[in-house]
Write a protein that binds this ligand. Sequence first.
Ligand code: GLC
Length: 543
Amino acid sequence: MATAPWWENAVVYQVYPRSFCDGNGDGTGDLAGLLARLPYLAGLGVDAIWICPWYPSPMADGGYDVADYLDIEPAYGTLHDADELSAAAHDCGLRVLIDIVPNHTSSRHNWFAAALRDEAGARDRYWFRAGRGPGGDAPPNDWASMFGGSAWTRVEDGLWYLHLFAPDQPDLNWQHPQVRSEFERILRFWFDRGVDGFRIDVAHGLEKDPELPDAGPRPAAGLLSITAHPAWDRDAVHEIYRAWRRVADEYTPGRVFVAECWVADNRRLARYLRPDELHTAFQFDLLKAPWRAAELRAVIDDAVAQAQAVGAPPTWVLSNHDTTRVVTRYARSQPDHPVEPHWERARWAAERADLDLGRRRARAAALLQLALPGTAYVYQGDELGLEEIENLPDNARQDPTWRQSGHADVGRDGCRIPLPWSAEHASFGFSPRGATAPPWLPQPAHWAALSVAAQTEDPHSVLALYRAALALRRIYWAGASGAIEWLETPSDTLAFRRGAAQCLVNFAPDSIDIPRGFRVVAASQPDVDRTLPTDAAVWLTPR
Ligand code: GLC
């Protein structure tokens, strides 16, 4: 019998390299730090790591502004370090996915430098246009940047170029044959070095309507509010991924893609997952859903049905480097206040977060997520129950959103704070002793108690829960059917069976009985026995 490919029920740990672990003491995470912590990740029990962009970058957008796709950011290490890291990860049984950023380059990429110099043909690889109105002083159309303001910036000789994100991230023109062939070369370069696959950044954005028509009145910018727009989710984009799939299939075993597509719904998403296109794509509905049984059940049913229809595994994301940390989202989720993990975090600032509540719900959500069929993504620090840091000093903020939104949106720095590894040093072990610089974003003092070392000592910590759940997932869920069998339960609770095991989640204010004849194999709260308290989850097997 053919075994399922590894990624069909993997747990993938997302590494944001700048904030994971600093090996050389300059205050920025790096590959030496990640290499040193591979045993931690292997011991945690995940199957793969996805490393956010590690390429040379001016860091205008945390590395999503790539200056050279065939090298490593010097602050992170060297190509040799990357090779060593991949080999060591494989030795630990971890697959390695890396990020590819095809929608735009950095403005420091040599293609864009040539375009600024107006070298023959160089501007054709991007979107340069004349402006509108007298003197061409107005942008060519009304498109907004995802980070705020216009999506157009004017260059010295008067033309404008398109950037759907920061001005330092000019959008590539994917109708240009050199853009297509260059990215296929980039894929092969890294596949040849042994990476197991790619996460594709803004995969839905590569093809624009070549007429560049106005988008018309639209809701505020933000990844989570994408609706029909001449820059997003256009049919022509699929041809690119068919070509990429052919490249991945040249390798044995085949390499894998996971797409970041912010599209209208799972039906649109399924189009990226046709058999000759991408293997998987993030489904973000779990991340967007409020902490309520009915909504979560609908999200799960839709994701599973769509995945089955197209023959790809469902994927489950609770948070990532762009969205408010799950603890803080659930800390604010009241029954009549749906969670909106929007980039416009300012709207939330007035509302006090009950982090104990958020952490309790995040623990239950972890058991729910890890019981579901398909691929689960765990964002670094979620296994420690870290919360969003919302009160960073303004002068520490680095996310371009902060500046581009005219300081209306604090941006995403709060979910990118360097990880706390121990209680000992100034940086909680993020940097080694004797580091020459503080962490690139400041860590809150109370994170000593949330450090890996502190949580390793505590059998009831969030980390202990993740370690146990990841080990038990292999036993109870990994081989179980991909179908969800819902069980009858009281209102505002969820229970489903897959194989012999069951998952039960209580969203209601009162405790509920755990059915007789079952043994609790994992619980999101300590001391759960005959009843399941509010905002808690258990995994059960028949006695
Ligand atoms: C994706 C990344 C985000 C980045 C943007 C532009 O959404 O996840 O961090 O800012 O693309 O590359």
